[in-house]
Design a binder for this molecule. Sequence first.
Ligand code: PGA
Length: 256
Amino acid sequence: MTSQRSFLAANWKLNPVRMGEAVDLARAIAKTARACAERVEVALFPPFPWLPSVARALDATGIDLGAQDCYWERTGAFTGEVSAAMLSDLCEWVIVGHSERRQHFCETDETVNRKAAAALAAGIKVVLCVGENAEQLDAGRTEAVVEEQLRAALRGLDPKLVASSLVVAYEPVWAIGTGRNAEPAHAGRTMGLVRTVVTRESGAESVRVLYGGSVKADNVTSYVELADCDGCLVGGASLNAEEFSAMIEAVAEAGE
Ligand code: PGA
């Protein structure tokens, strides 16, 4: 761990379907997160429509809120899009370049770069996701793929903003939602590479790096204890208040 507090980011994806459930989940997580706030920084990433009500539920809890995507244009004729500028009134964070968006919604390295730039310009912090798929892993191309994704995503970004407001989540695609979490050694090696590439390519003095992919309460400490890991991006396990609260507590204990 390189930063003072570990960061746990909860990516709720297309869940929950009901607003009341989203608010209840946020409230339940907030209880544990407040108790562990000295050691663990927590941010919740609900679907767009639940942002205002989850924001109210998190009011004065010290827990951050984020969106799962954004569009780079501020405003205009772009039906269905939500701009980074609009989000800046609602939340502190946005996820950019998640592999599900790259896979199912034609996200490219170029659009990831435009979204990251727009978010930083709008004053929103970015969780930038990178990671190899199973085929690339088997071909021994993890490092080349991650390096290329980072280089493209960081193009032209202000090094000061990268250092202060951008976090990279290394998420191997084969580990997401599969229960097949990466060996900590593999994750640690790749997170070390992420750190090196980001500081070299962007000129940022430092950067926070997370691991994501089938993180649960019983394996989270094996990541946050790694030298190059500043926390985790959690999908499925963050939808269960008990499981995610147990993760927050485990990470707080690991930091003692
Ligand atoms: P998972 O998802 O924890 O369900 O594997 C992680 C992610 O997609 O960010």
